[in-house]
Design a protein around this ligand. Sequence first.
Ligand code: ZN
Length: 425
Amino acid sequence: MQSARSLIQIVKSVSRRAVAVVVLQVLVAASVSAEETQGTESTKMSTAQKLAGKYGWPYVAGHLGLSRQEIVFPRVRGLRVIKADFHIHTIYSDGQVLPETRVWEAWRDGLDLLVITDHPEYLKLALPQDRDRAYGRALPLSRALGLLLVRGAELTTLSGPSYTEEDSDHVVAFIQDESPFFDDFDTAVRSARDQGAIIIWAHPGPRWARDATRLLELGWLDGIELRNSGQRGGKGIGYHRGEPVFSQVMDWCLEHDLAVIASTDAHWPIDQIVDRARGERRDMTLVLAERRDEKAIREAIKARRTLAYFAEMIWGREEWLRALAESALAFNLTPSIQRNRKRHYLSVANSSSFPFHIKVSSAGEEMTAGHREFRITERGQTVAPIKVNEGETEVRLVITVTNLLSGADRPLVLERSLQVPGEAP
Ligand SMILES: [Zn+2]
């Protein structure tokens, strides 16, 4: 039974999130139950239930030729690069979007896996025919499209006796049943853990929150959001290449052996937070998994094989950034185009859909490359001019990949020795 205090806290937390949506959903729930109570014994079925029986539920409308944008990465040391969003909302809590629309968006945006993480405070406000809430509604469409849909929820310490002013939210994924979560945080998170959940600290503050610390000490915390595209400012946010990031999180992940995560935490349609017309992509986590299935993806997170991809940057452990760059990039020198001055082009081929940004310098004195940063076009080739000294047969390149980061000041550095070819015929 809920104590009066925790009920007040739940109401407080709910009102903090989205009063308007709650009011609307209470009205819907109230109107449905009013309809139910007005019926006689034989006609107790609500209009909504009758419609569901007649047309099936969820009701799925046709779509005209929607296309998927495939995001391609070559295998990384034999592992598949899975594109995932572990944190998103629908009308089943404080989101403005239907679960089916979340599936269409994720499929269109090239994701392999989506976790819908509505707040359990709204559990009792679901329509009567939606026993499985957002997950149940989204599942038939996700199966039809081949998108992996994983059941999740977002738990808050606001809803429990352990509440302090320093509240923190935690996304749980790979759960079986949301119903035990309509309780205080401790009970909910324990139940999630018993269900085999992956637990991710959402939009972390500038310091370790008390409950996140407790989960870490218990060995229950699997990951932290380095980037949450819903958070554009506030506590713990720094800016990198002009983009908001919980910049200290990469260091925390390395220090405590946690998975690094980037999530949309979208409450609005993706098109209202991502400018797709300008080529922007939604934030996502790349999971390096042995197979494209839920079991292998869960195992990969447990093994901390994740990278955070957002705003033309990928953050993560250096080992995996290096493996990713090695698998996607190929470096060559073109033949000289000038007899005496030995002008060459460094050709960089990119077999992935991610545009790497590089700066090139020399490990020795044999060449000069200027200071410009080059954007290596996705699934194409970019050339950068370099000047090789007379008589050199080999150059040793230092390539700084400025948008692959294992920390705020730690871009990936690659080294390559390349043979200098002769003149172009
Ligand atoms: Zn959220």
